[in-house]
Design a binder for this molecule. Sequence first.
Ligand code: FUB
Length: 452
Amino acid sequence: MIQNVNLWLLTALALSSFQSAHAQNPFITNQFTADPTARVFGGRVYVYPSHDIQATPGHGRAGWFVMEDYHVFSSANLTDWTDHGVIVTQNKVPWVKPDSYAMWAPDCVQRNGKYYFYFPATPQDTTGGRGFRIGVAVADKPTGPFVPQPAPIANVRGIDPNVFIDQDGQAYLYWSQGNIYGAKLKANMLELAEEPHTLGELPTKGLKEGPYVFERKGIYYLTYPHVANKTERLEYATSSSPLGPFTVRGVMMDESPTGCWTNHHSLLQLNKQWYLFYHHNDLSPKFDKNRSVRIDSLSFAADGSIRKVTPTLRGVGLTDARQKIQLDRYSRLSTQGAAIAFLDTANTFRGWKTVFAGNQGWVQYNGVAFGAQKLKTVMLRGMSAAGATLQIRLDNAAGPVVAEITVPKGSAWQEVKAPMRAFRPGTHALYVAPKPTSSAAAAVEVDWVRFE
Ligand code: FUB
């Protein structure tokens, strides 16, 4: 089915500069990112993730999470993302142990024109006990500069801060440390207004962490990763009040089929569509502590229950036909004759390719915006040892062939072009497959396709 698109996305796409095309999952590919908290400030989406890095001698613990700073990313359309750079770093927070590399999952909220960034870290001063504390940094803009408070929040020990501001203006801080805790915040957003509550109606077996609370139609949703079996899955509970009592409702996202041990999420509603931001280890399949953030659409049933989200590579939003369309972030892929591989296994940040092995393979990529202005040419980056011709159809296997494009014989990547046979305005899926031949089609690899 063609990607669900709303008018807002179409407008935003039309207005955007199309400088980059990262609508697909993962949507940040210039670094490892995890634990995404997404917020809308002034009509723009901001994502505050953790920033995983690799341990090097003397910098972080090998085989574990290594995080020294936070970046913030923003987008007007969930398709084109801007990295605004580092906003908080472990060496510049007065209370944080500078070589702890433990800047775990953060959150950021806006209140009275100020932006409050909440983050967990290891303190220098452990006289009150070992373990994580939670601090705040304050800015006038969502991208900073953020000024860290001199000390962590009193009476809070743990990780994964999340702040919810109710419609009556009361703000609540949630966090985890074995259990999930919550407490009212003072109006200054920097101190607890009461003793922490343990949100005790949640599962007692298996780790719970990463709370994210929101309200919809008078129902308060407490969502959290929980290890019910082997790895974390995303679950939720509901209540008629922000601090419970909560009733466990079910699973929003199953355990990762590929074994990424953590998951961590946030939810966002934008122009009537809900989205789930979460993470997976796409760019580091062999080491699940180098993660990457993803987005997929989410919906509610009439009774307020959350429909389970199936993770996709395609993600959300439209892809402009004039941008490089990464078919490897597919909507559908044939079970035989087509596969996805890294372009360069030594540098996964270079992305993926689609590998067609014969006549049976095909790939479908939904939500390509062709616009109204006629496009005449298809460009493709491909490689084929024996040479091969691909057919590009619109919508599905039965759709019209809009181009046939030949990748000449060769052992290097080539950018080839072909005329478009037909132009259909609007939004379509692309369906790409080797041109049927009487003998087995030669293998061909595709990095991207675009139109001009
Ligand atoms: O990113 C470090 C930790 O992994 C987070 O704080 C947890 O929620 C889990 O995602």
